[in-house]
Design a protein around this ligand. Structure first.
Ligand SMILES: C[S@@+](CC[C@H](N)C(=O)[O-])C[C@H]1O[C@@H](n2cnc3c(N)ncnc32)[C@H](O)[C@@H]1O
Length: 291
């Protein structure tokens, strides 16, 4: 059979058929290339170019996030709704804002979804470590969507780049320096509540900075500044003093392999006589509620 098919006669008879098949394959490849090129602008809305990480979660990651949120909030339908809304918000904020929101897509959507779902006892929010202020602005939006009236206070050295003791953070993938004006521009995206936010430049362990922002009890404190064990320990001790009864403390990058100091400080803190109770983990954040 093989010799018949490869004989000279067979080859000359089959050549036109083979040519036809080749032409069809080439046409399909050209069509695919055209389609791929048209898809590229759509991909640019979601991929990691210019921000470092891709914003294209797989269905399995979205499902896991909804499950984790449902577990700590007890409301699966609201968890699903908040994840969808926070995902759209994240894409929009990074498209319009200066710089980026730090971290993975599921962790960001988790925090934006969880905070309003956990129904904090008041609308005072303290974010320790803001980078570009874009997460704070997005959180204002999510709180307002839940009918809340958020007042945001931010503490960050705004030192031109992200400071982390013990690590050398290179230039930001966005190419944007971490400066006060960038934070203000981003906060303005959240309307009146964003414009009214307090921005306190400095380090969270600095007694002067602490004195200036310890003027109220916070319903929410996001610990996302110095990620070292001593830094997180100091922020948890401070949070213990200024969190309102029933208030929520969010420990960012909790359990993240790159930042072992966060869990280390948390475990030490939980062994003390603390008002904080662990609610659970959603993506890479730990949630605690004050008694
Ligand atoms: C991971 S980024 C914050 C990201 C931001 N919360 C977000 O979600 O996009 C950490 C920020 O904390 C700042 N930082 C470092 N040490 C700090 C400290 N001791 N007090 C306050 N902020 C600090 C860093 O310079 C950086 O801007």
């Amino acid at each position: 059979m093989r010799t018949i098919l490869t004989s000279r006669v067979a080859r000359s008879v089959l050549r036109p058929v083979a040519d036809l098949i080749d032409q069809r394959i080439e046409r399909r490849v050209r069509e695919l290339d055209k389609l791929r090129n048209r898809q590229r602008p759509v991909e640019l809305l979601f991929d990691g170019t210019g921000r470092g990480v891709s914003r294209l979660p797989a269905q399995v990651h979205l499902d896991r996030l909804v499950g984790e949120l449902a577990r700590i909030s007890g409301d699966r339908a609201a968890a699903e709704r908040n994840v969808a809304q926070s995902f759209r918000l994240l894409i929009a904020m990074e498209a319009l804002g200066v710089g980026r929101i730090a971290g993975g897509t599921m962790n960001i959507c988790g925090k934006l979804s969880a905070v309003p779902l956990l129904d904090p006892p008041n609308d005072e929010i303290l974010e320790i470590g803001t980078l570009y202020g874009l997460f704070g602005a997005a959180l204002i939006r999510m709180m307002e969507r839940a009918g809340r009236d958020p007042h945001l206070t931010i503490v960050d050295p705004l030192a031109g780049l992200q400071l982390q003791p013990g690590t050398t953070e290179g230039a930001d993938p966005t190419g944007t320096p971490v400066r006060g004006p960038a934070v203000r521009t981003n906060l303005a995206l959240a309307g009146a509540a964003g414009t009214a936010a307090r921005v306190q430049q400095g380090f969270s362990e600095d007694p002067e900075v602490r004195a200036l922002v310890s003027d109220r009890s916070y319903g929410v404190i996001i610990v996302d500044g110095d990620h070292s064990a001593p830094g997180v320990a100091a922020d948890l001790e401070w949070a213990e003093q200024i969190i309102a009864p029933g208030g929520i403390v969010v420990l960012d990058d909790f359990g993240h392999k790159k930042w072992p100091g966060i869990k280390e400080a948390f475990e030490k803190h939980m062994a003390t006589d603390t008002r904080l109770r662990f609610l659970g983990q959603v993506a890479n954040s730990g949630y605690l509620r004050a008694e």
